[in-house]
Design a protein around this ligand. Structure first.
Ligand SMILES: Cc1cc2nc3c(=O)[nH]c(=O)nc-3n(C[C@H](O)[C@H](O)[C@H](O)COP(=O)(O)OP(=O)(O)OC[C@H]3O[C@@H](n4cnc5c(N)ncnc54)[C@H](O)[C@@H]3O)c2cc1C
Length: 416
């Protein structure tokens, strides 16, 4: 069914014709052309573009829990294309362009809101760096604007502008950045893939691989073996565990990242703001809650919940940037498993096993990447050649030294 204003209107007058579930619940078939492991944003987007762009519909997405229960439903929903390095700039630029047409393409309301982002600067050095980064973004064809003190103060008068430790010197703005409703993104891609014939199989954990003479033949699952000509991994924080099952190692570590939301408040925060002297980012949801996050919990873990010292650390950064935030009551906090790569940038590539493809290393940034990740991964799986938008997101950059280290912190995943 195509969603439209007419559908809403007509259903109001025909209550008997209820809204149908937006995807089927099929049992797994014995074999598929392509299996995607992981029903998060990236796995579902990959399945969608395999069917939509490459006509591959004998495809299954295998999800160990429920669709959208991983990071895609846990993030702080920030979408932007303000990266600095070749390799990342073209990929995230492609993603933002896909976001801009995605609701029409999927015929699904993703609550995409291009409300803009401002990265605050607190020193002359940081202003210089943002000027450089802004130039790189503009050379890629995206928008970036360097704002002075007065411009930031006019837009966000209540921030801690004259703080003696972290005075606000200005900021870098991207107007086309913003937020989208995270779980709707999973549901929209799921619906689009299901409508084209892809089987979305929930409660089906992959427990091993069938590999013969270095070529993948299928997977073992909690619902029995399933054969496939090609298999794509898109399991985010579980990447290293699933790669272990196939017998290879990844340049990735898993860390916990927490996020927080306050009680609903009247509209006060028009866009997304990031603090430049600590890791803190905040926006206001359409329901009024202030949604914010900060740094990783700094230790490796597969437990999708964090610890109290990081709650304190994040709230301290928030208070330094915007002291009045201390009056808001925090409603909830939660955690997700981040697949932190050694240079902070993602990987979309083949693996040492023929027919097995890898998508991961998304660090903090995989939500904004969702459409381009699916688009490029589907291209790689279908054509066996990298998408022109993702040629530098290769696994072997860690051997050759062509790393994409935006933060310049070296091979220390928790610092990216
Ligand atoms: C708190 C938090 C805040 C964030 N904020 C932002 C943000 O503001 N902007 C941004 O761009 N990014 C953000 N991110 C990062 C972003 O959410 C992730 O990078 C991205 O969602 C990862 O890709 P995914 O959606 O496919 O992952 P997931 O949704 O985690 O999908 C992976 C799926 O694989 C499944 N799986 C794992 N193992 C198996 C198996 N053996 N068999 C079958 N299925 C398996 C899991 O159950 C899971 O559903 C944030 C993340 C967190 C946790």
């Amino acid at each position: 069914m195509r969603y439209s204003a007419w559908q809403i209107f007509s259903k109001a007058f025909k209550p008997a014709s209820a809204w149908a579930p937006i995807w089927r619940e099929p049992d797994p078939k014995p074999a598929y052309d392509v299996i995607i492991i992981g029903g998060g944003g990236h796995g579902l987007a990959t399945a969608y573009y395999l069917a939509r762009n490459h006509g591959l519909t004998n495809v299954a997405v295998l999800e160990k829990g429920y669709l959208g229960g991983g990071n895609i439903g846990r993030n702080t929903t920030i979408v932007r294309a303000n990266y600095h390095l070749d390799g990342n700039t073209e990929f995230y630029s492609h993603s933002l362009k896909l976001w801009e047409g995605l609701e029409l393409d999927l015929n699904y309301n993703l609550m995409m809101s291009q409300r803009g982002i401002i990265n605050l600067a607190h020193s002359d050095g940081q202003m210089d760096f943002y000027a450089r980064r802004g130039n790189a973004i503009r050379m890629q064809g995206d928008d970036a604007e360097l704002l002075g003190r007065d411009a930031v103060r006019a837009e966000y008068p209540y921030l801690n502008h004259d703080d003696p430790r972290f005075p606000i010197f200005g900021g870098l703005r991207q107007k086309r950045a913003g937020t989208a409703r995270h779980d709707a993104v999973a549901w929209g891609f799921a619906r689009g893939a299901d409508m084209r014939g892809v089987d979305l199989i929930q409660n089906c954990a992959v427990t091993g691989f069938r590999i013969e003479n270095g070529t993948v033949r299928g997977v073992e699952t909690t619902r029995g073996p399933i054969l496939a000509g090609k298999v794509g991994m898109a399991v985010a924080g579980r990447s290293t565990q699933v790669a272990d099952m196939a017998g290879f190692r990844l340049p990735i570590e898993t860390h916990v990242l927490q996020a927080f939301v306050t009680e609903g408040l009247n509209p006060i925060l028009p866009g997304v703001v990031t603090f430049g002297m600590g890791h803190f980012y905040i926006s206001q949801s359409d329901k009024g809650g202030l949604v914010f996050g900060g740094e990783l919990d700094f230790y490796n873990s597969y437990a999708a919940r964090g610890n109290l010292p990081m709650v304190e650390h994040v709230c301290e950064a928030g208070m330094a940037m915007w002291p009045a935030i201390g009056k808001a009551r925090m409603l909830r906090s939660w955690g997700g498993l981040m697949d932190m790569s050694m240079d902070g940038s993602p990987i979309i590539d083949r693996t040492p096993i023929e027919g097995l493809y890898f998508n991961g290393g998304w660090c903090y940034g995989g939500f904004k990447a969702t459409p381009a990740s699916g688009h490029c991964f589907a291209h790689l799986i279908a054509t066996d050649s990298p998408s022109p938008h993702a040629t530098k997101l290769r696994m072997d950059r860690f051997e050759t030294g062509h790393v994409l280290d935006e933060e310049g912190t070296g091979a220390q995943p928790n610092r990216h």
